[in-house]
Design a protein around this ligand. Structure first.
Ligand SMILES: Nc1ncnc2c1ncn2[C@@H]1O[C@H](COP(=O)(O)OP(=O)(O)O)[C@@H](O)[C@H]1O
Ligand SMILES: [Mg+2]
Length: 266
């Protein structure tokens, strides 16, 4: 039985789609997992644009009852992907997402939902998830909106696994990992740098983890997805020598690996 994960924030442009897509791609291609990636951005979906995915049927058709979800599943880069329609109709009930996905959970190890930054559309993506990851950039403006997203998930009783910091540019002028963990009272599970190479892979419409697996975004996503898949992280020489605290900025994925993977799958 698979586990459903939603990546949320109440701000556009922080990297939800990128991180959801790359995590799905790495789980499928590097860790051999069966993955369904769902575009849960009901009014402004973009996963099909990121992947240049040609499609006739969408999540909206399944939500409308035009056909089953099967008709809207497309295989690309080793994952199954459900695109959504750019023509959002108010007749669509996004809260049906949970029920629709429940029927497919047995066929996947992971169902990954990309979500909208709009409150009314984010809530159905939270409701459909077993676990939530909050995405933020390391500045107070975004942090405040991301904390609001986290509190909405808490109110809906969906456990938040942790925070992903994206687009780290200049640590000297940005919030550090400890400040972010303290604000959220949640662990930081990945810290992804702003990297120019992403624009190249975006231009090619290929996930960066496939386009350039040695890129620093790809490597950090691989460490993050690896802990979801239960892979124990290789520790560097210095961290073995001095313990995991030698580096102030190191994220605590081991905790997630234990809490998440071992309780879910063993
Ligand atoms: N770590 C990163 N480095 C550089 N560009 C990034 C990074 N993460 C995301 N982007 C870019 O920022 C833009 C918004 O990302 P996206 O994933 O669509 O955000 P969201 O889904 O939260 O709106 C895209 O152009 C994407 O390529
Ligand atoms: Mg998006």
């Amino acid at each position: 039985m698979g586990v459903t994960l939603s990546f949320i924030s109440l701000k556009g442009g922080v990297g939800k789609t990128t991180i959801a897509l790359e995590t799905a791609s790495v789980l499928a291609n590097d860790f051999g997992k069966k993955v369904l990636l769902v575009d849960g951005n009901f009014s402004a979906p973009n996963i099909h644009l990121y992947l240049d995915l040609k499609h006739d049927s969408t999540l909206h058709n399944a939500l409308n009852g035009d056909n089953g979800l099967h008709a809207a599943i497309y295989e690309i880069y080793g994952m199954d992907v459900v695109p959504a329609s750019l023509n959002f109709q108010s007749t669509v009930d996004p809260y049906k997402l949970k029920k629709i996905l429940e029927k497919h959970k047995h066929r996947y190890d992971f169902i990954i939902i990309d979500s909208s930054p709009h409150h009314s559309e984010m809530l159905p993506a939270i409701a459909a998830a077993d676990k939530i990851f909050v995405v933020t950039t390391p500045d107070d403006v975004t942090l405040n909106t991301s904390m609001k997203a986290a509190s909405l998930a808490k109110k809906n009783n969906v456990p938040i696994e942790g925070v992903i910091i994206n687009k780290v540019r200049h640590p000297r002028y940005e919030l550090d990992l400890e400040e972010i963990e303290k604000s959220f009272e949640l662990p930081v599970l990945a810290r992804i740098k702003d990297n120019k190479k992403l624009i190249e892979s975006y231009h090619q419409k290929v996930p960066i983890s496939v386009y350039d697996s040695m890129n620093e975004i790809s490597k950090e996503i691989k460490r993050f997805a690896g802990s979801l898949a239960g892979i124990r992280e290789q520790r560097g020489f210095l961290s073995k020598l001095f313990g995991k605290d030698f580096k102030k900025e190191s994220v605590n994925r081991e905790l997630m690996r234990q809490n998440f993977y071992e309780s879910q799958f063993k």
